[in-house]
Design a binder for this molecule. Structure first.
Ligand code: ADP
Length: 190
């Protein structure tokens, strides 16, 4: 089983590219952001617990997302592997994922890391907010906080996976098609 991580700041295009990659390489796309938003819409206890944090652009507790991912890994048998989008986002989540996969005889194949300029991130997120209605994409303060949370808590993961020899940086500027081609090259040469 393949296990790819797609990595990068909010607005770097992880979600968009994940949909295309999952289809082309027969991977199950696991987006913790989508799973959490589904919990909020369903009105579950979990959804109520995470709503405020997400609206402020803060991370939800590690234990919540680790448990959600663990359930999904065991539920899927029909695919060639998994594409993790927006997870792991902290070193603790990364270690938990490595342990989860290790217990099942699997490992992380590669981290596909999208590089995008700060101004381009803000531009894309504001654009998305105008059409999607996502509250965390509509307020410049929340957007800047998410980028800040990313820099302080998530970016250190790049070093963690660089040390493992599986960090693969990809230029995330340009058209969706061009970026997709760059990502495919990395996946195919993995
Ligand atoms: P983006 O990458 O554009 O910020 P996501 O949909 O990946 O969008 O995440 C939206 C929000 O969901 C985050 O700001 C955070 O509050 C929460 N979230 C998603 N994934 C995680 C995670 N792995 N750990 C903690 N919080 C998460």
């Amino acid at each position: 089983m393949l296990n790819f991580l797609i990595f990068g700041p909010p607005g770097s295009g992880k979600g968009t590219q994940s949909v295309h990659l999952a289809e082309k390489f027969n991977l199950l796309h696991l987006s913790t952001g989508d799973m959490l938003r589904a919990e909020i819409i369903s009105g579950s206890e979990l959804g109520k617990r995470v709503k405020g944090l997400m609206e402020k652009g803060e991370l939800v507790p590690d234990s919540v997302v680790i448990e959600m991912i663990a359930h999904k890994i065991d539920s899927e048998k029909m695919k060639s592997g998994f594409l993790y989008d927006g997870f792991p986002r902290t070193v603790e989540q990364a270690v938990a994922l490595e342990e989860m996969l290790g217990r099942r005889g699997m490992k992380i194949s590669a981290m596909l890391a999208l590089d995008v300029d700060h101004d381009e991130l803000v531009r894309r997120l504001m654009g998305r907010g105008a059409v999607s209605g996502r509250p965390d994409d509509q307020d410049i303060k929340v957007i800047e906080n998410r980028i800040e949370v990313y820099r302080s808590k998530t970016e250190p993961l790049a070093d963690h996976f660089r040390k493992r020899g599986i960090y693969r940086p990809v230029n995330g500027m340009g058209s969706v098609e061009d970026i997709f081609e760059r990502l495919c090259m990395v996946v195919e040469t993995n």
